[in-house]
Design a protein around this ligand. Structure first.
Ligand SMILES: Nc1ncnc2c1ncn2[C@@H]1O[C@H](COP(=O)(O)OP(=O)(O)OP(=O)(O)O)[C@@H](O)[C@H]1O
Length: 234
């Protein structure tokens, strides 16, 4: 099995503070990889390094065989990297349709449309196309943020805490959507999570981070190992 996304011994600094210490991850195609850890251990920093929002100070990131070097986020999006940031970052004054259409920026003219399957996954988006993003509930905004990332036609989809602050029924919808994207669309999915039950249900592989480092890598069934639980206890 080849690797869709390879993170190889990356360091990341904020000024003098080192947030990531030689972090390595491997995301295999058609699998859901989850990165777990308590607040502040470096999960979001890892995703921001992958998407190019923050620059790494050592190591390398390889997407579908290509080393990313210092390429900015929009170039990585064009290379097939979709990103659903923490807090969703919906444009509150744009309509749902306009929010989805912001995903057109990196696409060829012929591809500038909203794939119909997005509305099958998240019917609420279709019924609210004319509503402003800011009027949607948190769960609806999360679905919109995922939909917007899907408009960019990603091969690798990266999500930062997709269940954060969201009601259980919508968490289930999001879980089903991610499994559909893996199983039917052949996507590689990397997500950061604190919600263990969600990971237990949908993840194939897990990484556990603590204090800027990867402490454990293995199949999702490792979630119940005492050593893994120790790193996740608050
Ligand atoms: N822009 C920034 N400037 C300075 N320090 C930062 C910045 N962003 C994050 N940090 C620090 O880097 C470390 C890792 O933060 P990061 O947000 O990656 O953790 P996290 O595991 O995603 O936590 P959370 O779940 O709270 O988002 C923390 O100590 C945090 O305070």
């Amino acid at each position: 099995m080849t690797t869709a996304l390879l993170v190889n011994a990356i360091d990341l600094h904020y000024g003098a503070a080192q947030a990531l210490k030689s972090v390595s991850l491997e995301c295999k195609p058609n699998r859901i990889t989850a990165v777990l850890g308590r607040n502040g251990v470096g999960k979001s920093s890892t995703l921001r390094a992958i998407t190019g929002v923050n620059q790494i100070s050592a190591g390398e990131i390889i997407l579908n065989g290509e080393v990313l070097r210092k390429s900015p986020p929009y170039k990585r999006a064009r290379m097939g990297l979709g990103y659903v940031p923490q807090g969703r970052e919906i444009f509150p004054l744009l309509t749902v349709r306009e929010n989805l259409e912001t995903g057109y920026a990196g696409l060829k003219r012929a591809d500038r449309n909203i794939p119909a399957y997005i509305f099958e996954l998240f019917p609420v988006l279709k019924s609210m196309l004319g509503r402003r993003g800011g009027d949607l509930s948190g769960g609806q905004q999360q679905q919109l943020a995922i939909g917007r990332a899907l408009v960019t036609r990603p091969k690798v989809l990266v999500l930062d805490e997709p269940t954060e602050g969201i009601q259980p029924s919508i968490i289930k919808d999001i879980g089903r959507a991610l499994q559909f994207l893996r199983d039917e669309k052949g996507m590689t999915i990397l997500l950061v999570e604190q919600f263990l039950d969600f990971c237990r249900e949908i993840a194939d592989d897990i990484y556990v981070m603590d204090r800027g480092e990867v402490q454990h890598a293995g199949p999702a069934s490792d979630l119940d190992l005492p050593d893994v639980r120790r790193h996740l206890m608050v």
